[in-house]
Design a protein around this ligand. Structure first.
Ligand code: GLN
Length: 208
């Protein structure tokens, strides 16, 4: 396998856990805090955390527009929880608070106070969709998770929880409402690395 360099946005939130999973899977990782660091990245992880803080820090670090540009250039992005909120079109009904890369609307902290954080097992609906010949349910930890309340026609739903989409893909973007880095089940990280590998191959063909 060609070596893959994965940037993990490291302004705030659960970025170390993503690094650990990706390195265990053989990828090289870079903690991204500056726009120019994105140039070296074959793919990018937007971790969970606190959206308001991440947005503020990304703007202060001059990263906001660079992140939008990175996604628009078709580099693979894995977004989890707060990361998914950053990718969405509308957040709590408002535009302009997010990068607007993913044709989806989200509501923050929308699973209710009593179940702010919970664990679920998500059935895989299409056999063979996730890597590793493993169609067993995906364990998922939701921590004050966003609810994905609308997806556009270009968005496919990979996993649902009580009929809500909680893992969706739109081309190069893989967005999850939950935290896959906390469970030890690395199928979604491997799915993402598959997109990164495919992106590298298609870019090298364009250059050649
Ligand atoms: N509730 C957080 C927010 O709205 C997201 C939570 C998470 O990333 N685990 O920013």
């Amino acid at each position: 396998m060609r070596s893959m360099k994965i940037g993990v946005l490291a302004l705030q939130g659960a970025f170390r856990e993503h690094r650990d999973v990706l390195e265990r899977l053989g990828a090289e990782t870079i903690e991204v805090r500056l726009a120019e660091q994105l140039r070296a990245c074959d793919g990018l992880v937007l971790p969970g955390g606190e959206t308001t803080t991440q947005r503020k820090l990304a703007r202060e670090h001059g990263l906001w527009e660079a992140l939008a540009e990175y996604g628009r250039r078709s580099f693979p992005v894995l977004a989890t929880c707060a990361g998914t909120i950053l990718l969405a079109r509308r957040v709590d009904g408002e535009e302009g608070l997010s990068l607007d890369l993913l044709d989806a609307d989200v509501l923050r902290n929308a699973y209710g106070r009593q179940v702010y954080s919970f664990e679920a097992r998500l059935p895989v609906s299409r056999p063979g969709e996730l890597p590793g010949n493993d169609d067993g349910p995906v364990p998922a930890i939701f921590i004050r998770a966003p609810r994905i309340v609308r997806v556009g026609p270009a968005v496919s739903v990979l996993l649902t929880f009580r009929d809500d989409p909680v893992a969706v893909r739109q081309g190069n973007l893989l967005a999850l409402a939950f935290h896959p880095e906390l469970t030890g089940d690395d199928r979604l990280h491997r799915y993402f690395l598959g997109l990164v590998q495919a992106g590298k191959v298609s870019r090298s063909r364009k250059v050649a």
